[in-house]
Design a protein around this ligand. Structure first.
Ligand code: PLP
Length: 398
């Protein structure tokens, strides 16, 4: 990768993609992405990262309807607990209040819909998943003729490592098709192998209208994103009156980033890293499933190398753990594991090149911390129990 960057900088370090200009790595990368993407997605616009790609996809979805003579189709459906980034449109599409509070007005065109997994829903994760039905109702209420697109992460990342039920995405895709609503798959996390397939949607045989990509495109060696879209969408822009698409950023198709992305994709293929993500992911998930023996483990889920292990005080009521996320994160770090905790959910996304020994170590550290946390929760439960029996012990402890 270092040699590729050096060679590209020595050859040509930057060319803008505006006004009909281009550069060889950008053209080659666009061609490669069109080959990897689901059938019919053959047009690519490059960006500088994930938020950028989501921003671009939403702007282009609106513009597509506009140039097709449907200017009233502007709303964008985005799901609860979605994470799509932090810019104007992507930040508004993100479904966490913490990312909105204090940042001013949100885009008024974003309409919130249900995610395919909901802690309050008795059908969560089953084939009766009601999220599509709820989305259909929202479309009816808002009016399909006002909706440009829906944006979804095929496997929800930050929202809780949520793998949808088998029928969720196919049904959603049908709903979109029937209502002339573009389906945008946010593949920023799931793209380029993390789930054990090239793209998250590939697991369900769903062909979206656009895919917003970043992260795995360069495996972090350089900042680069891409929106891969259906040919007919790209064609619609080319056929507009003035033939100019007024969207793009200075570093769209940056040649050094594109050259690195090409090499990255080549390495992923040559070293069979997607197969590795699939197989290692399956093995790890099986081992994580065994953690259900701990009473504090409420759920274990994942696909490829995305995992979620839910910690709760009570498995049935889902009462949250009485221990701060940060405390557990710190304990993991102390033992050498970088794991993220979000509202009691351990989120893990290990690298594709994780060795078998490292994978075993992850399991060992997780088991150790889960045992410690369970011990503590049980200790607290015991102390709470003793409080009701003895008032004096309560006052001494306080
Ligand atoms: N979309 C998803 C699903 C993400 O997980 C992220 C970042 O984690 C983004 C978009 C935003 O990407 P970036 O941080 O590169 O702007």
């Amino acid at each position: 990768m270092a040699e590729v960057a050096k060679r590209q900088i020595e050859d040509i370090e930057y060319v803008s993609l505006f006004w009909g200009n281009s550069n060889v790595p950008a053209i080659e990368l666009a061609t490669r992405l069109a080959q990897l993407a689901p059938p019919g997605l053959g047009q690519v616009m490059f960006t500088s990262g994930g938020s950028d790609s989501v921003e671009t996809a939403i702007r282009l979805a609106r513009l597509y309807h506009f140039v097709q003579g449907r200017p009233q189709k502007q709303k964008v459906l985005a799901r609860e607990r979605a994470y799509h980034g932090v810019f104007g449109l992507s930040g508004s599409a993100t479904g966490f209040d913490a990312f909105h509070e204090g940042f001013g007005l949100l885009d008024p065109g974003i309409v919130r819909v249900a995610a395919p997994y909901c802690y309050r829903c008795p059908n969560a994760g089953t084939s009766q998943c009601c999220a599509v039905d709820q989305t259909a109702k929202v479309i009816e209420t808002e009016g399909a003729d006002t909706i440009a697109a829906i944006i979804v992460e095929p496997v929800m990342g930050a929202g809780g490592s949520i793998v949808p039920s088998a029928d969720y995405l196919p049904r959603l895709a049908r709903l979109c098709r029937d209502n002339q609503i573009l389906l945008i798959s946010d593949e920023v996390v799931t793209g380029f192998g993390r789930t054990g397939r090239w793209f998250g949607v590939d697991h369900w045989g769903v062909v979206p209208d656009m895919m917003a990509c970043a992260k795995g495109l360069t495996s972090g060696y350089a900042p680069l994103g891409a929106v891969i879209m259906k040919d007919e969408i790209g064609r619609a822009f080319r056929e507009t009156k003035d033939h100019q698409l007024h969207h793009g950023v200075t570093y769209s198709g940056h040649p050094v980033c594109c050259a690195l992305a090409l090499k990255n994709l080549e390495i992923i293929e040559q070293e069979k890293l997607i197969e590795r993500a699939r197989d290692l992911g399956k093995r790890l998930l099986e081992q994580f499933e065994e953690f259900r023996e701990f009473e504090i483990v409420g759920d274990v889920r994942g696909l490829g190398l995305i995992f979620g292990i839910e910690l709760v005080a009570d498995r049935f009521t889902k009462e949250p753990l009485p221990i701060a996320d940060q405390e557990i994160t710190d304990r993991f770090l102390e033992l050498g594991l970088i794991a993220r905790l979000s509202r009691g959910l351990i989120i893990l996304s290990p690298p594709f090149v994780l060795t078998d020994e490292e994978a075993e170590e992850i399991v060992r550290i997780l088991r150790r911390v889960l045992a410690e946390v369970q011990q503590r929760v049980k200790g607290q439960a015991f102390e709470r129990g003793s409080e009701t029996g003895s008032k004096s012990s309560k006052s001494t402890r306080n």
